[in-house]
Ligand binder design. Sequence first.
Ligand code: NAP
Length: 290
Amino acid sequence: MKLLEGKTLSKEILDSLESRIEKVKAALNRPPSLSIINYYDDSPSAIYVKIKMKVCARLGIKTTLINPGEDKGYPYFLKLLKSMEEDSSIDAIMIERPLPPGYEDMKTWDNFGIAKDVDALSSLNMGKLFIAKSMDEIEKGNFFVPCTALAVIKMIKKYSIDVKGLNIAVAGRSSIVGRPLAHMLTSMDATVTLCHSKTKDIVSIFKKSDMVISAVGKARWIKADMVGENAVLIDVGTNIDENGKMCGDIDFEDVKDKVDSITPVPGGVGPVTLACLLEGVVRAAENNLK
Ligand code: NAP
């Protein structure tokens, strides 16, 4: 079994940002800046916010964390977003989920401009992604794509896995992972089956697939008897098990002697996602220079 670890790739991406950050600092007379909106201090995303801020501090990217307060209501959220978009000292905006009930509707994403939306939540960034026909067009177009989906593609490329003609099962159809990922893989000529909670006989789909990617959020639910021999497994899930330990959607110990290769959790897709996000922040700052 080959371990598809993500720390090396993450470091490569982050190292490549150092000189770009210095150039931005020199030209703007300030560091690149990321503002993060997080409504719930005790949500799972709060842990990742802390990690993001720590890595940003190490690289010389300024971060600001805002909890607008649920009691202020939806109009306040839209006003805040608009004022942050107009604030020229902010290069990038990250909106952490979950948002308060009812905030995640089309109006929110239509109101979010394209320039600072580094995780591609806005309707326009998402639309551009789905209009693009090839991965080349996606990578060269100066718009943002969901960082986790992009991280998976970068891992696949890093390990020189040619997905052309492969049958790939993607479990999870969220707008930040499964759907954009399925589109990107299709644009790389893979044949993708996008699975979800209502998919019938998911095991037979997994077993027939050359690659299985899980972005479901269910601790160690994929076992060895659910996947084919020599499958490539990519684990996007980040879960906390009953012992408080971080684990993926795939039962690593159970599958490891059966499959061709697998990404670990932690240390797989997660660090690459963070690196992709920070690359987006630097790119947003560079766009400001133009
Ligand atoms: P989400 O919005 O909750 O979506 C979960 C998806 O899983 C839904 O499409 C759901 O189907 C599907 N699902 C649920 N149970 C299923 C089952 N038994 N079989 C097949 N599909 C099932 O989650 P998300 O935000 O995409 O995140 C998914 C996981 O990725 C989480 O563990 C999250 O923490 C992790 N994540 C990791 C990173 C990273 O950098 N590594 C980044 C983002 C997210 P329905 O649509 O039918 O409900």
